[in-house]
Design a protein around this ligand. Structure first.
Ligand SMILES: [Mg+2]
Length: 387
């Protein structure tokens, strides 16, 4: 069960022109991620994902280099089943011995950013590998699903006030009872965002749940103006109202917002989530398991959500690998009630896996396959790898 090799590859899928969308991240012409494979000496392979950007497109050269040339080589020859030890070794580097001895972290410089994303992909692959070795789902290793199915919410909603009703209505027609739309700086001003949300509510009626996501682009005064103006529209949550760097602003917004505040896709490790919670800046925690430190760290963040009576809704905007890892975390946590499902064009979610999707008619079914239940098609990886 010793680790023989760890490999990352940057996979880039072009999006057909008629399926591209525009947000504050610009026109999205490709979906990019880094796919990680960990192979043991007996030939078993586990799969993971590391993201270099919270959105769809982003260069993955640096995160691939961190896996292939820094973190990966440091784990060769280790026991692949010792996942917590591997995490500590990657996070603490040469001081991992002190961390074990003293019972606290002695991190090297990579406490945030792409190094932690790279760690996430390796950690995810190690969990997948353990499940495959035991021929059980990771979800079962974590105590099994608390329910057989969970509602998924359709994540998209970029159209203007004239088109937003039809766009979100399409998601509802596909079976989703909850939908999320984008707002924020891409609209130019707060009034335009408010008009789009009003149009969405008018088109969908009172029964459909609506979330809004500002991608961290409002100033605190703008976020407060927006929240006050849409307060009567019964929104489920207001996501990333302000920059992840502005914890004071986030606290200010949450204190005054009548709408629950969601955040976390842009932050790293249990330590950032602790800071969001202790600053009373968040109601819904959204770790991305291909960014935050992987499933190991996701489990610790889930425990924080459960302890503080907050909601856990993993950020699931990536390939089928991070989607299934996030779904597994949600099913295992008493703090989760709904799962994100991307309605943007995404071949990595729909076309990469050998397996059928676990999402049908707006409902996600608990993963049951070995590991995370997602096996990337090797011909797909070969076709879309950036060489
Ligand atoms: Mg978001």
């Amino acid at each position: 069960m010793l680790i023989r090799s760890i490999r990352a590859r940057w996979v880039q899928c072009g999006i057909p022109a008629d399926q591209q969308h525009v947000s504050d991240f610009g026109l999205i012409t490709s979906f990019d991620t880094a796919i990680i494979s960990v192979e043991t000496e007996d030939g078993l392979v586990g799969w993971g994902e590391a993201k270099a950007a919270v959105g769809s497109a982003g260069g993955c050269q640096a995160v691939v280099a961190a896996v292939n040339h820094e973190l990966g080589p440091s784990l060769i020859g280790r026991d692949a089943t010792q996942i917590t030890g591997a995490w500590d070794a990657m996070y603490n580097g040469p001081r991992a011995g002190y961390a074990t001895e003293r019972g606290r972290a002695f991190p090297i410089l990579g406490r945030r950013g792409l190094v932690v994303s790279a760690m996430s992909g390796i950690d995810m692959a190690l969990w997948d590998l353990l499940g495959r070795r035991l021929d059980v789902s990771v979800l079962d290793l974590w105590g099994g699903p608390r329910q057989p199915t969970m509602p998924a919410y359709a994540s998209g909603g970029w159209a203007d006030a004239e088109g937003i009703g039809a766009q979100l209505g399409g998601y509802v027609a596909a079976g989703f009872a909850s939908v999320k739309m984008r707002v924020g700086v891409m609209d130019g001003d707060v009034a335009t965002s408010v008009a789009r949300v009003e149009a969405a509510r008018h088109a969908l009626g009172p029964e459909v749940e609506i979330m809004v996501d500002a991608h961290g682009t409002y100033s605190p005064p703008e976020a407060l103006r927006f929240a006050a103006a849409v307060a009567h529209l019964g929104l489920r949550w207001f996501e990333e109202p302000v920059s992840a760097d502005d914890l004071v602003g986030a606290r200010r917004v949450r204190a005054a917002s009548p709408i629950a505040i969601a955040a976390g896709e842009s932050v790293f490790t249990r330590f950032d989530f602790r800071d969001l919670i202790s600053n009373e800046a968040v109601d819904v925690l959204q770790p991305d398991l291909a960014i935050c430190g992987g499933p190991s760290e996701g489990r610790r963040i889930a425990a924080l959500a459960e302890t503080h009576q907050l909601e856990l809704a993993p950020h699931c905007w990536g390939s089928a690998l991070s989607f299934s890892a996030g779904v597994s975390l949600a099913f295992a946590s008493s703090a989760s009630r709904i799962v994100e499902y991307s309605l943007g064009a995404n071949p990595l979610l729909h076309d990469m896996p050998e397996e059928q999707s676990t999402v049908r008619d707006g409902v996600v079914h608990a993963p049951t396959g070995p590991g995370f239940g997602v096996t990337p098609r090797l011909d797909f990886l070969d076709e879309y790898e950036v060489k």
